[in-house]
Design a binder for this molecule. Structure first.
Ligand code: HEM
Length: 206
């Protein structure tokens, strides 16, 4: 028997698709800008900058859609971390991912309409959506208007400091994406979670 739970409202799925597209473009063009070399052009430098800037502005607008959609659909409840006992729940989930899953144990925090994310998912989604993406967005906007950045921040050049935060956030988002892609393949079958983020339904087989 198959049990279907509706977990991903349409507007969240639209945001997620556009966000993934923008982030992949930003990573490719960002790497190309950072490691630009006129002798071995991965992509033309001026073109990489234009695409990076447009994709960045698009990402900001789409981030506003994420915030609005979370308020409108009530999806925000899944991003609220209950601090009491959170660390031990993280350990229980980490133990499951390290051992239990390979021994065919049942997940310690089964997916439900009330609890869509397990504790590790919750922590990583909150960190990406409410720490690293905002940091990347704020520093990205500042770098579009470098004349507004103070000459010195914490004793080093303001633009350099802003750029460092931008690159470090981009690095963490890239690492998140790799880990995210791995974890979404370890559903009931490797493609099951991908289907969920397309049609909105999480399916469980009994
Ligand atoms: C590029 C390819 C990507 C694929 C194939 C993908 C796939 C998925 C899938 C299958 C889910 C549902 C299962 C789950 O909750 O784990 C999901 C959820 C999610 N993904 Fe991705 N993802 C991608 C990129 C990203 C990026 C770049 C970000 C953020 C920077 C991101 C953030 C999220 C968040 C926050 C959720 C939970 C959404 C919610 O239900 O509120 N994803 N993703």
């Amino acid at each position: 028997m198959s049990n279907r739970i509706y977990l991903y409202p349409l507007v969240i799925r639209i945001w997620h698709f556009l966000n993934a597209l923008a982030i992949v473009l930003l990573i490719f063009t960002g790497l190309s800008i950072q490691y630009s070399n006129p002798e071995y052009p991965f992509m033309r430098f001026d073109l990489a900058i234009i695409i990076h800037n447009y994709a960045g502005v698009f990402l900001v607008v789409n981030y506003l859609l994420f915030l609005g959609a979370n308020i409108a659909t009530g999806n925000r409840k899944h991003y609220k971390i209950i601090v009491k006992g959170f660390i031990s729940r993280l350990f229980v989930q980490a133990r499951f991912y390290s051992f239990g899953i390979f021994k065919g144990e049942k997940p310690p925090f089964p997916i439900s309409q009330q609890n869509k994310f397990n504790p590790l998912q919750q922590l990583s989604y909150v960190a990406i959506m409410f720490v690293f993406l905002p940091l990347m967005i704020i520093t990205g906007i500042a770098l579009l208007y470098p004349e507004l950045i103070p000459a010195k921040i914490f004793g080093i050049g303001g633009v350099l400091f802003t750029d460092l935060i931008h690159i470090v956030s981009g690095f963490f988002i890239s690492i998140f994406l790799l880990i995210h892609l791995y974890f979404v393949t370890i559903g009931k079958t490797p493609l099951k979670n991908f289907k969920s983020i397309i049609n909105g339904y999480h399916e469980e087989n009994h």
